[in-house]
Design a protein around this ligand. Structure first.
Ligand SMILES: Cc1ncc(COP(=O)(O)O)c(C=O)c1O
Length: 382
């Protein structure tokens, strides 16, 4: 099978990741922070090391600000549910994933938020004049920014966006950015960074992270309450980090796998990974670009995109194209709305969606070529 659904979850995972998960399951008897025996101490050490590694990877000055979650969805929920109060004004983009949009819509019903989806153009870029206009009317409490679209790979003009930010808190959904583009929260005015561990970081499914800037924890209500292994005499949730936001037995095998994924990226080099992935997308696009029946979405200037490509074949539904790619060519892609109906409304593909090809580090050049040939053949036979 040619796996081109890397934006859903990366596959295969590096051997180092598989081995780290297996080794944790095989060799670590105990739960981090829960006991004083050798196994539990080793578990705590591994958890601490993973936190430090991820903090260093994103430039966070203090590893206690790295909160482990089950994925970007939980990280985003933690911030939005924990911070927003009755009547708060919120900005989000017209490219948001449902991991943001559904939370905002739910909170709008429950807490009467004012939610403004800032318009993006057909390539998925935020229209900066519209953003400035909305800011001038009234700045929001929080701006949810989908940094890289999971539908088109569009990378938002981040530096232009942040120069306008002022007092607004910035929540960056980096689910499709992390591991593909460099991110440095120490150098950028990012207040919250939410990402998955199982996509660009090569970690196991069910892993994710929330980074939060210093000082923001006090006003952020935890999403969960429970045992942390610390201050057990108290019935109150500890207010120090990371325990304030992490409770219950942590997913140690997942977290050590995620740390091994970060090690793998550092061994290969983030920019080398980025260059390889985008070269595959370029080869694929080069081959299909001229076909009159194939429509390509997203940035025309591919320097402003990651290795995610959305297309449609005239007269065929995305699910029919994906079915034929799977059955006739053994190529795995994702059709439909990709949990991002707003993004499809923005690019003009709602409600049918698109066929999404997403390339990763382990894909080969020949796979990108074969995917293009398969798509051309379906377009011809139609
Ligand atoms: C842009 C974006 N945000 C959030 C998510 C949710 O990530 P997870 O499923 O890891 O919670 C995804 C997953 O596809 C995504 O692409």
């Amino acid at each position: 099978m040619i796996y081109l659904d890397q934006a859903a979850t990366s596959f295969p995972k590096p051997t180092e990741v598989v081995e780290a998960v297996a080794s944790s399951l095989r060799n670590i008897p105990g739960s981090p922070g829960r006991s004083a025996h050798k196994g539990a101490i080793e578990a705590s050490r591994l958890l601490f090391e993973a936190r430090e590694k991820i903090a260093a990877f994103i430039g966070a000055p203090d590893s206690s600000r790295i909160i482990f979650t089950s994925g970007a969805t939980e990280s985003l929920n933690l911030v939005l549910q924990g911070l927003l109060k009755k009547g708060d004004r919120v900005f989000a983009t017209g490219m948001e994933h449902n991991a943001v949009a559904r939370v905002l819509e739910q909170l709008k019903k429950e807490r009467g938020l004012e939610v403004i989806y800032l318009p993006c153009d057909q390539e998925g870029f935020l229209i900066l004049e519209e953003y400035e206009k909305a800011l001038r009317q009234k700045p929001p409490k929080i701006f949810c920014l989908n940094l890289v679209s999971n539908v088109t790979g569009t990378v938002q003009p981040f530096h232009e966006i942040i120069t306008l930010k002022e007092e607004t808190l910035l929540l960056v959904d980096a689910a499709q950015a992390i591991g593909h583009l460099p991110l440095d929260v120490g150098a950028l005015p990012i207040d919250f960074l939410a990402f998955s561990g199982h996509k660009g970081l090569f970690g196991p499914p069910g892993t994710g992270v929330l980074y939060l800037r210093e000082g923001l924890e006090t006003d952020l209500r935890p999403l969960k309450f429970g045992g942390t292994g610390s201050r057990s005499e108290s019935l109150k949730q500890p207010n120090f980090l990371p325990d304030r936001f992490e409770c219950g037995t942590p997913n140690l095998p997942g977290i050590v796998g995620l740390a091994a994924g970060v090690d793998f990226i550092e061994k290969i080099g983030l920019m080398r990974i980025h260059r390889h992935e985008t070269a595959l997308a370029d080869i694929f696009l080069e081959k299909i670009r001229q076909h009159p029946k194939i429509k390509i979405y997203g940035p025309r200037d591919r320097v402003k995109a990651t290795a995610i490509v959305s297309v449609n074949i005239e007269g065929l539904s995305p699910s029919e194209v994906a079915r034929r790619l799977n059955e006739e060519f053994k190529i795995a892609v994702r059709p439909g709305l990709h949990c991002a109906p707003l993004a499809h409304q923005t690019i003009g593909t709602f409600p049918q969606g698109t066929v999404r090809f997403s390339f990763g580090y382990f894909n080969r050049l020949t796979e990108a070529e074969r995917a293009a040939e398969a798509l051309l053949s379906i377009a011809e036979k139609k």
